[in-house]
Design a binder for this molecule. Structure first.
Ligand SMILES: [Zn+2]
Length: 488
């Protein structure tokens, strides 16, 4: 079998320090990855783009809440009762499997909406057995949260690692509402780690047990589902893979303006449409081509327990097919109502003489999956070189600075340029090892858009050679213009 693109990318990612399996010296553990020096920079660039859109342009507030939360939070949120996968155990080899995966593989049918009972029935009726020949136990619901304890003795409390950052924002709603001077709509964001105890995370970077989310929760008055800036985006065309298209097993998407989509009821509200456009913009700005994205409406039977309507943003991956990278979900008043009821606190708002529990529109993004998708979309394999064609904004290292030779005052001049660039907060690397060709190759491989060479002419005329990664074109540039040049 030819090596998958995923494996080729991962090989470079590991050797050059984007990422690698966590706790590797002990054999690693599925679903956990370390971000290396370059990976951390790239991930921060992705997160900062998200911040630029949601915090700076949209004016939302960012908060940070703990990853461990008490059991009561998740009893109220429904995660203790509903956040699970159906499992079976082989009675012979004791291996655990996702019951839905077993049925899908053996019967080649979709199990998306099936509950424990239905899966049980199919396994029994079709006498589905384990690879080892053993029979399976009854199907049971396995909760996907990691459980732990805080404290000891009498004051010990059950705690869980959060499965989404959202709950931290919901339970702090009243505090946020006061701080925000009691105004709706109110957008609150959080970027942080979340955890899901996936049974067999076979898809590497795509299915992680510990991952980073960027979530925006917009608390709104349910009678006001318009968005004040809707007119700015109304002519934008979205590729919509509607519930109807999926039922008809069509392959293409429905291209329509958001204005028409809302008017025709394809997208339920202006508010939801607005954040779908924003999500697409985010992915486009980090470097995912629009042609590789679609908005897929979740089917009514696959939606999370809290959602009335959800659209996923998906990116097409060569090895993993359509990968969900974000979801815009109307969570209604589900979360705030449940927390109000469970905590017995009044979590009401007053808006234009009305008293009510706010509804929430959620724009929830993974960061790790887009990280991988960006590597994949940027990866270029040419006959004599490979490189990541990251935008200047995303590239972990913006430029390499090379003295042509290690003598004649060239290193001193190159170091001077290097210092000038870092003073401008531009991340650059100095490299004087090996031939210029080898240095180009090293910096291409990690997606550095520019290489700057200082040669003997530089000492005479103050000009350096800037070589562009994608075209390998070279141009002369005055040293004082380098900063401006690197911004493009
Ligand atoms: Zn078995």
């Amino acid at each position: 079998m030819p090596e998958r693109k995923y494996d080729r990318i991962l090989r470079i990612a590991k050797s050059r320090g984007f990422m690698w399996p966590s706790s590797e010296i002990y054999g690693g553990i599925g679903g956990f990855f370390d971000y290396g020096p370059l990976g951390s920079l790239l991930k921060q660039n992705i997160e900062n783009k998200w911040r630029e859109i949601f915090i700076i342009r949209e004016g939302m507030s960012e908060i940070e809440t703990p990853t461990l939360m008490p059991e009561s939070v998740f009893l109220a949120s429904g995660h203790i009762d509903h956040f699970d996968d159906p499992l079976v155990e082989c009675k012979k080899c004791q291996e655990n499997y996702r019951a839905d995966h077993i049925v899908e593989e053996k019967l080649e049918i979709s199990t998306d909406a099936m509950g424990v009972k239905e899966l049980q029935k199919l396994i029994s009726e079709n006498k589905i057995k384990c690879k080892c020949g053993g029979t399976f136990s009854e199907v049971w619901a396995f909760n996907l949260m990691f459980k732990s304890e805080a404290g000891a003795g009498k004051i010990k409390r059950d705690v869980y690692l959060r499965p989404e950052t959202a709950q931290g924002m919901f339970v702090a709603f009243d505090r946020l509402y006061q701080v925000g001077r009691k105004k709706l709509p109110m957008g609150v964001c959080q970027i942080g780690r979340s955890f899901r105890n996936e049974i067999s995370p076979r898809q590497g970077m795509i299915r992680l047990r510990e991952f980073t989310q960027a979530e925006a929760e917009i608390f709104y008055n349910p009678r006001k589902k318009e968005h004040p800036k809707f007119s700015r985006i109304k002519n934008h065309i979205l590729p919509l893979y509607t519930e109807k298209y999926q039922e008809e097993e069509r392959k293409e998407v429905l291209e329509m303006t958001v204005e028409d989509a809302v008017k025709d009821g394809v997208i339920a509200s202006q508010l939801q449409a607005y954040y779908l456009v924003l999500a697409e913009k985010f992915f486009e700005e980090i470097g995912i081509p629009r042609s590789k994205m679609r908005c897929r409406q979740q089917l009514s039977d696959e939606r999370a327990h809290y959602s009335s309507e959800t659209w996923d943003i998906e990116i097409l991956s060569e090895d993993f097919g359509w990968v969900e990278v974000a979801a815009i979900a109307d969570r209604t008043d589900y979360d705030v109502s449940r927390h109000a009821a469970t905590s017995r606190k009044k979590l009401e708002v007053h808006d234009e003489g009305e008293k009510f529990i706010p509804h929430v529109m959620e724009a929830s993004f993974g960061i790790d999956r887009p990280f991988y998708c960006l590597l994949e979309q940027s990866f270029v394999e040419e006959e004599d070189r490979t490189y990541f064609k990251f935008t200047s904004e995303m590239a972990p290292i913006k430029a390499g600075i090379f003295p042509l030779v290690k003598k004649d005052g060239l290193p001193e001049k190159a170091e001077e340029i290097f210092s000038d660039l870092i003073k401008n907060k531009i991340i650059v690397k100095y490299d004087s090892g090996g031939s210029i060709g080898k240095r180009y190759a090293r910096f291409d491989e990690i997606g550095t858009p520019y290489c700057i060479t200082v040669d003997h002419d530089t000492l005479e005329d103050g000009k350096v050679t800037i070589r562009k990664r994608d075209t390998t074109e070279q141009e002369y540039c005055k040293t004082e213009d380098i900063v401006e040049k690197l911004k493009v």
